[in-house]
Design a protein around this ligand. Structure first.
Ligand SMILES: C[S@@+](CC[C@H](N)C(=O)[O-])C[C@H]1O[C@@H](n2cnc3c(N)ncnc32)[C@H](O)[C@@H]1O
Length: 362
């Protein structure tokens, strides 16, 4: 195939030029000739004599570097007929979650009979993936995903205990047993920033509590900042989270003066006298119930400057009324409430948004 030989440093310039002149062949990639030169594939209809602006560059005839499929969808016809593929064209899922070396994919009911084929095509497309699981959605109060194994790479283990990397930290999870969402990574980074400001205000490391800790990604993000935390209490009602929470917090234990990990109902924690008025930072991550739970958790916050950071699913129009309600219920118990910040983050469902809530106390 004919290619235009250009200096490596000008590759992107010529790619754009050839494309706008309709001279580029998009089915093949750029070929590296040597350290200094690249060859850009020309389409069949490109004239033998190229326009004047390309005249200083040689046209060479070399083997094209054909691109592989860019999505697993393009691979499906290796397993099913073109007719079957076309009949379901609008249904093939175009997105999925990746956790460690697992892919989790939601498959519409109408094409569930093709689950294992979708799994095989995903393994073919993503060489580092070990197993593909069909995601049938989250279930129950522990928000655990209902997952089915649909394809496993030959010779590999089918374990669902995996490690993921988040904000530079390694976190053990088992998505078949516990709630975990990689989509909350940036939320946890934001919490870290708020915690750093609180530490500066208090002039000492923080005592933190995460009563809906899951496997602890929120806590781990805070613990990874040296000197930020002194004492930590992390708990969850799902017993399967506890061994993972212990494993994830273990690397930081030596730098903490106290660590408590418990399997307990968050609503019961305030009854433990020793935990009342003790914490500088309280995380409330139970988005469907956060607003009702906040009231029960407030007694855990210390009497001085402190922060409650929560996440809730709310009606987008309700921000002001929620602020008012929170103010009314919190003030009698903690008159040092100084600010309530509610920030809608993203759409959750029509008219519903996932929002972060901060209650600042001075
Ligand atoms: C949305 S998840 C958040 C998990 C974790 N903070 C994270 O960011 O990955 C909510 C967690 O709350 C736990 N949970 C639900 N009800 C609870 C309760 N009453 N008390 C304590 N934990 C509860 C669930 O098991 C789940 O792990």
């Amino acid at each position: 195939m004919r290619h235009l030989r250009v200096p490596s440093k000008k590759t992107s310039f010529f790619l754009a030029e050839l494309e706008s002149d309709n001279l580029l062949f998009s089915g093949a990639g750029v070929v590296a000739i040597d350290a200094d030169f690249r060859a850009i594939p020309l389409c069949e209809t490109a004239p033998t004599t190229l326009p004047e602006k390309y005249s200083n560059y040689e046209v060479v005839d070399i083997e094209e570097k054909l691109r592989g499929p860019t999505s697993y969808i393009e691979r499906l016809t290796a397993y099913i007929s073109v007719d079957e593929f076309e009949a379901n064209k609008h249904l093939w899922p175009s997105s999925h979650d990746q956790m460690g070396d697992l892919i989790l994919i939601k498959i519409p009911d109408e094409i569930k009979q093709y689950s294992s084929i979708i799994g095989k095509a995903l393994l073919a497309q993503h060489s580092r993936i070990r197993m593909v699981m069909q995601d049938n959605g989250v279930k129950g109060e522990w928000r655990v995903r209902d997952l089915e194994k649909i394809a496993i790479r030959e010779g590999k283990s089918d374990t669902t205990l995996i490690q993921v990397k988040e904000n530079g930290n390694n976190i053990w999870i088992d998505p078949t047993q516990v709630y975990y969402s990689p989509r909350l990574e940036s939320e946890r980074q934001e919490t870290l920033n708020s915690a750093i400001l609180l530490k500066e205000k208090l002039g000492r490391p923080l005592n933190i509590i995460d009563p809906y800790a899951g496997v602890g990604p929120g806590v781990v993000c805070l613990l990874s900042k040296p000197g930020l935390v002194d004492k930590v209490h992390a708990s969850d009602l799902n017993p399967a989270t506890i061994p993972l929470l212990e494993k994830n917090i273990a690397p930081f234990k030596d730098n903490l003066s106290e660590v408590r990990i418990d399997c307990v109902d968050a609503l019961m924690i305030k009854n433990a006298e020793m935990l009342r008025d003790k914490f500088d930072l309280l995380l409330v991550n139970l988005p469907h119930n956060t607003l009702e739970h906040i009231f029960h958790l407030i007694p855990l916050l210390s009497k001085g400057a402190s922060l409650l950071k929560g996440w809730a699913i709310i009606h987008e129009e309700d921000v002001d009324i929620i602020k008012e309600n929170l103010h009314t219920i919190v003030i009698p118990h903690k008159p040092n409430l100084s600010e309530i910040i509610i920030t809608p983050k993203r759409t959750y469902a029509p008219y519903l948004v996932y929002a972060s809530i901060e209650l600042h106390f001075d």
